[in-house]
Write a protein that binds this ligand. Structure first.
Ligand code: C5P
Length: 238
């Protein structure tokens, strides 16, 4: 399985389904975020799962431990491949999410945590009472996540080398902000190519518009996969 996760940032389940039909089954993984989930509901997710797709349910749960545990259990019941939470929910919340998934029957999704949203800078962190630099906050929250047994974090490729060194090869580093050579940056400020992200230590690459807006999405994905294969002689992702 390739390490590419396509961000299904579509306004409706219908447009998302029409797009997915243009991809060879299991040629990548699919990320469903808040907009599509709110519009398409769990039914949309189970349709993708039933078709055979690995789904990353990107809802970034952040609430009291009991509520997040229940939400993670509900996500696991949908059969998703990965679910995520905000590390800012704290140690007890992360542990509750971990336990909820471990105690579930059937499919156990990977559990990842968002550390610091990349939309934050030092000033906006200070405004919410976090006086660390964004890099320090990322490291601290990644450590908290790893200590709670979380499988990995969502991070930028810039943060990946340090996190890879800190947490070892099995820790998932899920990185957005990826642009193949020649692709438009869109609204992303710090972009890296798929090869650069993998070299930085990323395990999973979240890619949206370079594929979702391509005239031929399957060809765009294939070309990214070719670049990845040149970087990683054996595609070791699972
Ligand atoms: O179209 P593009 O490749 O920029 O899409 C990136 C995806 O990754 C979007 O779904 C976006 O919300 C998500 N994301 C991001 N940056 C983060 C976290 C998530 O771009 N820090």
């Amino acid at each position: 399985m390739t390490s590419v996760i396509i961000a299904l940032d579509f306004p409706s389940p219908q447009t998302a389904h029409a797009f997915v039909e243009r991809l060879p089954l299991r040629s990548c993984r699919l990320k469903v975020g808040k907009e599509l989930f709110v519009r398409g509901g769990p039914q949309f997710v189970t349709q993708l799962v039933d078709q055979g797709w690995d789904v990353f349910l990107d809802l970034k749960f952040h609430d009291i431990p009991n509520t997040v545990a229940a939400a993670c259990r509900a996500a696991a019941d949908l059969g998703v491949w990965m679910v995520n939470v905000h590390a800012l929910g704290g140690r007890a919340m992360l542990a509750a999410a971990r336990n909820a998934i471990d105690q579930g029957v059937g499919t156990q999704p990977l559990l990842t945590a968002v550390t610091v949203l990349t939309s934050h800078d030092a000033a906006s962190l200070r405004a919410i009472g976090l006086n660390d630099t964004p890099a320090q906050a990322v490291n601290r929250l990644a450590q908290l996540s790893a200590d709670a047994g979380v499988d990995g974090v969502v991070c930028s490729a810039q943060e990946a080398p340090e996190l890879r060194a800190q947490f070892g090869p099995a820790f998932r580093l899920v990185t957005p902000g990826i642009r193949p050579h020649g692709a438009a940056a869109d609204d992303q400020h710090r972009i890296v190519t798929p090869a650069m992200a993998l070299q930085a230590g990323a395990s999973d690459l979240v890619i949206g518009r370079p594929i979702t807006r391509a005239d031929d999405p399957a060809a765009a994905l294939q070309s990214i996969d070719s670049e990845i294969r040149l970087t990683t002689p054996t595609d070791g992702s699972d």
